[in-house]
Design a protein around this ligand. Structure first.
Ligand code: C5P
Ligand code: C5P
Ligand code: C5P
Ligand code: ZN
Length: 495
């Protein structure tokens, strides 16, 4: 069981105190599931602490975005899920007195530090697998609640009065209810490796369970347990290939129809996994394992059929919001399509309008992912000595090309024993690069963050990220040079 991390919490308290001193705060966050949940956590914590704020989202915190932020008249800027990797640029603005940065991030920091910098990597915690941007924001939110409460108490004892109703409400809020969003962020950043969350993330899970907002348990490790009709749940599950079921519509139907269970509703529609009784779940799961065994699926793969599920217990059964993994995909479907406002609305519980709009965006996102994966698989990748790559030009959106690359790994002709590098057009002058590895490759020495940083700088670009997933922006026309440099760097790391 994960214990407290005193240094991290101390730093969080320092950051929280600084935020409490501000008249108002500009909150800037990243446009993906982790960035959205980070912003949702931070904004609720600021609101509860009585600190006025405004929220902005950026696709990439590049020099232009930082200049735009500096041009506002906010004196305090809270960066969540980015900022560490851009501390060199942010620091220049800080030196010039443009604003004071407070950062809650988990990306590899640039070669410079600052006073209000909360990042697990500064405290020996792995930012790629043990704490996400939303996790760092959660640690900050917990500290904000403590600092705000202490200030109320001091205020009360100083004037000898009794606490106000607002003060009482704030004082009883410890922000542990925000742990559910932190788990959605971690799962969205693929930190649940091997089927469960580890390290500092585990502690957040415990707090969420204690606060009554999360439930965890061993369950089928397939994507879509809340919303997919059972045959689709089985057919679309491809992480563990079960012959006659995975990718096989008729096979999945037959498999379910052959079970001695009422798996259809009265109107003939298939039920969802989340609506089955425990007994029904047991029956389906053991039949599935039995089928996998009989078709020769290796035991190690069969183990992967079961994992830890993270259920948001206050959300309605059968909705995307109840499952951390489905929730995170719903958020990516908004933020990566310039509708971060919709995703943030969903996180903040503005369900009426936002959820319907998010679901529409999700249908579009799924179609794009599936078309993207088909395209890459059909056209294939180019294999270098140490990596494989493809160029999507403008056929895959640059904001999702990394997700596509990661999901395509393991398909025909696309290896899981080499990292994959994907290019897509960003604009007339720039190309977006996304790189994805596996945890196995990271154990062998792969660090894509360094590869993206160094290879992009070699071609006048800019990059960063995590060991297992990273990205960059490079000038159009410099892709081959970039590949050559990246190939060498990966070769050095894995030798
Ligand atoms: O910027 P941020 O840290 O939020 O994004 C991390 C990205 O890396 C996510 O898109 C996530 O899906 C991806 N990732 C991955 N495989 C991992 C870890 C992260 O594809 N094992
Ligand atoms: O879209 P997002 O980056 O959140 O996807 C995270 C993971 O969820 C994917 O790598 C994939 O394993 C799973 N997923 C899926 N089917 C989808 C969307 C996501 O299996 N339609
Ligand atoms: O955009 P993509 O999903 O490929 O990003 C993977 C990781 O690399 C993310 O954590 C992202 O924040 C990081 N990245 C970066 N600098 C870039 C592009 C991506 O740090 N220029
Ligand atoms: Zn993140």
């Amino acid at each position: 069981m994960a214990g407290p991390i005193p240094d991290l919490e101390e730093r969080a308290t320092r950051c929280a105190r600084r935020l409490c001193e501000a008249d108002r705060v500009l909150l800037a966050s990243h446009i993906d599931a982790d960035g959205l949940t980070s912003a949702a956590i931070a904004s609720q914590a600021l609101e509860r602490a009585g600190i006025p704020f405004e929220t902005v989202f950026e696709k990439q915190l590049d020099e232009e975005a930082i200049a735009g932020i500096a041009a506002t008249d906010y004196e305090t800027v809270l960066f969540t899920d980015f900022g560490s990797g851009q501390l060199d640029v942010i620091g220049e603005y800080e030196d010039a007195g443009a604003f004071t940065p407070v950062i809650a991030d988990h990306h590899q920091p640039a070669d410079r530090d600052t006073e209000y910098h909360l990042n697990p990597l500064l405290f020996g915690i792995d930012g790629a697998s043990e704490l996400s941007g939303a996790g760092a924001s959660y640690v900050l939110a917990r500290a904000l609640a403590d600092v705000a409460e202490a200030e109320i108490r001091e205020g009360v004892s100083a004037d000898g009065g009794t606490p106000t109703a607002a003060g009482e409400a704030t004082a009883t809020r410890d922000n542990r209810d925000l742990a559910a969003l932190a788990v959605v962020g971690a799962v969205g950043d693929m930190q649940a490796s091997g089927g469960e969350l580890h390290g500092a993330n585990e502690r957040i899970v415990e707090e969420g369970v204690a606060a009554g907002v999360l439930e965890t348990g061993k369950d089928l490790a397939l994507y879509g347990k809340q919303t997919r009709p059972l045959p689709k749940l089985l057919e679309y599950a491809t992480d563990v290939q079960i012959p006659g079921i995975s990718g096989d519509e008729a096979g999945s139907l037959r498999f379910l129809e052959d079970l001695d269970l009422e798996l259809r509703r009265e109107d003939g529609e298939w039920r969802r996994w989340s609506g089955l009784t425990n007994e029904e779940k047991q029956t389906v799961a053991s039949a599935l394992v039995k089928r996998a065994v009989s078709r020769g699926v290796p035991a190690k793969k069969i183990d992967q059929l079961v994992g830890t599920s993270y259920v948001l217990s206050e959300e309605p059964v059968g909705t995307e919001l109840r499952d951390a993994s489905e929730f995170s995909t719903l958020l990516n479907a908004t933020a990566r399509y310039e509708r971060a406002d919709v995703g943030l609305g969903v996180c903040l519980g503005n369900r009426e309008g936002a959820l319907e709009r998010a679901r529409k965006l999700l249908r579009n996102h799924r179609r794009n992912l599936s078309e993207g994966i088909d395209l890459v698989t059909r056209e294939g990748v180019t294999h270098e000595d140490n990596l494989q790559w493809f160029h999507a030009d403008d056929r895959i959106r640059e904001t999702i090309v990394g997700i596509v690359a990661g999901m395509a790994m393991g398909n025909d002709g696309i290896s899981r024993s080499k990292p994959i590098v994907a290019f897509a057009e960003k604009n007339d002058e720039e190309i977006k690069v996304s790189a994805r590895g596996t945890h196995g490759l990271v154990r062998s020495g792969l660090d894509l963050s360094t590869v993206m940083t160094d290879a992009s700088q070699a071609v006048d670009g800019d990059g960063g990220g995590h060991d297992v997933a990273a990205g960059a922006t490079v000038p159009k026309g410099r892709e081959s040079e970039f590949v050559e440099r990246a190939d060498e760097l990966v070769g050095d790391q894995l030798s």
